[in-house]
Design a protein. Structure first.
Length: 175
């Protein structure tokens, strides 16, 4: 069982700009349309756990639903999801520990944890086992931070570091 983060950040560790925008994530030239390891990563997980804000951002992209794996949306305010996502996404509630137990009991053992607040709450609960963080060479100067305050430090070991597209540094950390 493991809970994994796969995310892009700016040099100053923001995952969205001051207006919540993500355009900067695709601003670098990518002539080969390299997915920077995302498809391989997605093939390795059983399901996604994301917060309401991330879910709404993904829905705002338009087009087809981008995930082939089950998506569980953590929310205390959403009452239901669009009918078009039936069988693709469902609401889930509880603390990070309760969510992990519920999903593990349903056979989902390798969870992709996504979204700033969700990642922070799983880190605070000491429930992140791996982080794959791709840092883009841009300073946003503000926005949505990847990390928040923790009651105590969380130590990780660097497993691998790669250079992508000639300017993105992807670091893979494991507990």
């Amino acid at each position: 069982m493991s809970n994994i983060v796969f995310i892009g950040t700016s040099l100053d560790n923001y995952i969205a700009d001051k207006s919540g925008g993500l355009e900067w994530l695709t601003a670098l030239p990518n002539p080969e349309q390299d997915d920077c390891g995302f498809a391989e990563f997605m093939a390795s997980v059983d399901a996604l756990v994301m917060g309401r804000n991330t879910f709404e951002t993904v829905c705002g992209f338009g087009g087809e639903w981008p995930y082939s794996k089950p998506v569980f949306v953590l929310s205390r305010t959403l009452q239901l999801l669009p009918d078009t996502l039936k069988g693709k996404a469902e609401l889930i509630q509880g603390s990070p520990g309760e969510v992990v137990r519920q999903l593990n009991d349903r056979g989902f053992k390798r969870l992709y944890i996504d979204g700033g607040k969700t990642i922070q709450s799983f880190l605070e609960a000491d429930l992140i086992d791996e982080m794959i963080i791709s840092q883009l060479p841009v300073l946003l100067g503000g926005g949505t931070a990847l990390f928040g305050e923790l009651a105590k430090p969380r130590w990780f070991k660097l497993v691998e570091s790669k250079l992508l597209l000639g300017s993105i540094v992807m670091n893979h950390y494991r507990r």
